[in-house]
Design a protein around this ligand. Structure first.
Ligand SMILES: [Zn+2]
Length: 95
């Protein structure tokens, strides 16, 4: 995986180690919004929706559950483990 500065020095907000909605919003804003659609290295992370429990693959750093639309995200420095995926909460819609 390439070095990504968004894992290190951004000021303000919760940063890449925030949790829940704060992390989702951080990743969605990172790189001027350019990170959220970028593919997760390794073809994605298999996970289970934290809203409805459906299994799905997080293919981009911000992705949503195909069953309920729940928005999930992972930050680049933590993208090697599905346990680090954060859920924005029911009803969250990306800005
Ligand atoms: Zn779901």
């Amino acid at each position: 995986m390439t070095n990504c500065e968004c894992g290190l020095g951004h000021a303000g907000g919760g940063g890449p180690y925030a949790e829940g909605r704060e992390l989702v919003e951080f990743v969605a804003r990172a790189h001027g919004g350019g990170l959220r659609g970028r593919a997760v290295p390794g073809g994605g992370l298999a996970t289970r929706c934290q809203g409805c429990g459906a299994g799905f693959i997080l293919r981009t750093f911000v992705d949503s559950c195909p069953a309920c639309g729940g928005v999930h995200a992972v930050s680049p420095p933590r993208s090697d483990d599905p346990a680090n995926i954060q859920f924005a909460g029911a009803g969250f819609v990306l800005p």
